[in-house]
Ligand binder design. Structure first.
Ligand code: SF4
Length: 688
């Protein structure tokens, strides 16, 4: 028997825990602790514990598939590549769109970006960061000049006050939740504001439930209280911030007095005052948020408001402080860093900057040039264009994403995909999206390849190969290189290893310039920015100065605006959506993990006990939830742990898909949909 341990990085959340994969006779069979990672010190959550179970699922794709007469038939790689090349050559650049992936490595995101802009010459490339943290990238970039989590995971344990708003950290980033506990054991006060009494809320010294979509009012109220009591950091504000007077004038309005915000948010005025005092007087205060802040039509406003609060209290560039935007998927930070976005190349270098555009065009050496120096469509806009302007977009290449379960208003998403003339999906399973494809390419999972991923704290860590991909499946960067070659650009895709791709990317990306596999190949890895080979990396951003050219932070006066859809007589409840501890996103991996799926085999809708009584609904009863976009039958979970008037559904489950109900109203800047607030009604299901 051949037994070995291969250290790698978890494929699920953005925390970036390390563990060992146990490999027996060439196959991954288990996980074991790897204790040298400073992020998780050998601990993992249930998803990490069972991260081996889906790897050798019998559902893995093992051969290319081509759809003929509405049915998939197995094909050779050459047949698949020939068809892809023939079809993509027949479209104009602006008729093609690409979706990259927060699941695959940095190298593979870089390569799909190169394929899109260099081979297809399209400007339309995006990925699912649009659905989770697009508002973070836009909001924090406007505030600080850099759109990423400001501090590190380890730093959270050093904080003297931890304010969690819009994050269920203990279920979604459990090993970051561990840092909150460590901070608490070190004497920190923990504040959690959330519509649900989550496992995170249960750790709080001060918990308040509030109505989804009232974040700006709450944050303005806290800032108003801090200024009225003189708790702001006057030195930080005077030396490092612009826009204080305008911010002050806004947050001191009567609208944002605690008594008035109590009526908007449902948080008692006394709790708002206590939270303001704890945040305003703590030696350091860390703010943690996730998609409760970002997934709104005011997502960018929400993010800027968190930045305002942290600048006002001097908690930027300070240990134990920061705006800690907890990114969702394992490599969503990296996919953004790699330029899988419609407005930037790698490292957030703007597509419309002629010098940047020339730099990439020269380095890549495509004899017929690359895409125009113009911004492309965001994924949400792509789907709207498909339905609203049929024929404008004709072909799409999707790598490792599943919009048929993850996007808002699924009826609309399906209608959009049906408008495409040609769809290629590269994935490890025949997902709900892959079923709509014309060609499916069998890809590899994290355990089958080398590469890097960048966690929420900007730490760039390695994946290491533990087994071969199943059947004829291939490593994603190899597939992308071969598609490039099939399109006639073999010279631009000469790679023999992921490391060669990384080195090319790093040479073009200032924040990754100082990184290479040798430096990353150690437990602590490196945080970007890391501009040179003698630079130690940057766990905490904005020490001494922010990343704007003048070094200043920018405060933005923001007024509260309600969600796009609010409850009314017909749809009287607010629906919010999210994830649970045991599953991951669209469940393509966790629902094929026997242990995880046994724990939570299907979805549910959480209903407050009083609301359930008024509706005559019992716990576990099948109910019908309806919004203006669709209807879902789903088991009820009657609980006191959700605010009256608010309902919650996890979005992992195709048989009761929450996103049938959600609203695709968009933030005007980030184009992120409002997953966190739409109006629904819920009824008993009566026999017909
Ligand atoms: Fe994986 Fe996140 Fe769990 Fe760590 S906390 S084991 S990265 S899912």
């Amino acid at each position: 028997m051949d037994l070995k341990y291969v250290q790698t990085t978890c494929p699920y959340c953005g925390t970036g825990c390390s563990f060992n994969l146990v490999v027996k006779d060439g196959k991954v069979v288990g996980t074991q602790p790897y204790k040298r990672s400073p992020v998780n010190e050998g601990k993992v959550c249930p998803k990490g514990t069972y991260a081996h179970e889906f790897v050798n699922s019998p559902d893995r794709l093992t051969k290319p598939l081509i759809k003929k007469d509405g049915k998939f038939v197995e094909a050779t790689w050459d047949e698949a590549y020939d068809l892809i090349a023939q079809k993509f050559k027949s479209y104009k650049p602006d008729e093609i769109a690409c979706l990259s992936s927060a699941r695959v490595s940095n190298e593979e995101n870089y390569l799909l970006m190169k394929l899109a802009r260099g081979v297809f010459k399209t400007r339309h490339i995006d990925h699912c960061a649009r659905l989770c943290h697009a508002s973070t990238v836009a909001g924090l970039a406007a505030s600080f000049g850099s759109g990423a989590m400001t501090n590190s995971i380890l730093d959270i344990a050093e904080s003297k006050c931890v304010f969690v708003i819009g994050s269920n950290t203990f279920e979604q980033h459990p090993l970051i939740g561990r840092k909150i506990v460590q901070a608490k054991l070190n004497g920190a006060k923990v504040i959690v504001f959330d519509p649900r009494y989550t496992p995170t809320a249960k750790q709080a010294d001060l918990y308040a439930s509030f109505y989804s979509g009232t974040d700006v009012a709450v944050l303005n109220c806290l800032m108003g209280e801090i200024i009225r009591n003189g708790w702001e950091d006057k030195e930080w504000v005077s030396k490092r911030a612009k826009g204080y007077e305008e911010l002050k004038a806004t947050v001191l309005k009567d609208d944002y007095l605690p008594e008035n915000v109590e009526k908007i948010s449902g948080i008692a005025a006394a709790d708002l005052k206590t939270a303001a005092e704890w945040i305003g007087t703590a030696e350091s205060s860390a703010l943690l948020y996730s998609m409760g802040i970002t997934q709104h039509t005011v997502g960018v406003d929400n993010v800027k408001s968190t930045a305002n609060l942290q600048m006002l209290t001097g908690n930027i560039g300070r240990r134990g402080g920061g705006v800690n935007a907890l990114r969702g998927q394992n490599n969503v930070q990296g996919a953004c860093d790699m330029g899988a976005l419609p407005v930037v190349f790698t490292g957030y270098q703007k597509v419309i900057d002629e010098a940047v555009h020339k730099k990439f065009a020269d380095a890549w050496g495509f004899p017929d040039g690359i895409c125009e120096p113009k911004n492309g469509y965001e994924v949400t806009v792509m789907f709207n264009v498909l339905t609203d302007n049929p024929g404008e977009l004709k072909a799409m290449y999707i790598m490792g994403e599943n919009p048929m379960l993850s996007d808002p208003d699924l009826t609309h998403a399906e209608h959009a995909l049906e408008q495409l003339e040609f769809l290629v999906v590269q994935d490890i399973f025949l997902t709900e999206t892959a079923q709509h494809a014309d060609v499916v390419l069998p890809a590899s999972c994290y355990a089958e390849k080398e590469g890097t991923q960048t966690s929420t704290e900007r730490r760039v860590q390695m994946w290491r190969k533990a087994q071969d991909p199943p059947g004829e499946a291939k490593v994603d960067w190899q597939i992308l290189s071969e598609v490039g070659a099939a399109m006639g650009y073999a010279d631009q895709f000469p790679y023999q290893s992921a490391e060669e791709i990384f080195n090319e990317m790093a040479s073009l990306t200032p924040s990754y310039h100082g990184m290479n596999y040798e430096r990353l190949n150690r437990p602590e890895a490196l945080h970007w920015p890391c501009p040179s080979e003698d630079h130690p990396g940057t766990p905490i951003l904005h020490i001494g100065k922010c990343s704007h050219p003048d070094g200043m932070g920018v405060m933005h006066p923001i007024e509260w605006k309600p969600p796009a859809e609010v409850p009314d007589a017909e749809y009287p409840y607010i629906l919010t959506t999210g994830r649970c501890l045991w599953h991951w996103h669209t469940g393509s991996m966790t629902r094929r993990s026997e242990t995880l799926d046994n724990e939570v085999p299907t979805g549910w809708i959480e209903i407050n006990t009083e609301d359930a009584q008024a509706l005559g609904i019992a716990d576990k009863e099948m109910v019908r939830a309806t919004s203006r976009r669709g209807t879902v039958d789903v088991p009820a979970k009657v609980t006191d742990e959700i605010k009256k008037g608010v309902m919650f559904m996890p979005f992992h489950f195709k048989e009761c898909a929450a996103n049938v109900l959600t609203n695709n109203a968009l933030d005007p800047i980030a184009k992120i949909p409002e997953f966190k607030a739409c109006a629904v009604k819920v009824e008993k299901i009566t026999e017909e």
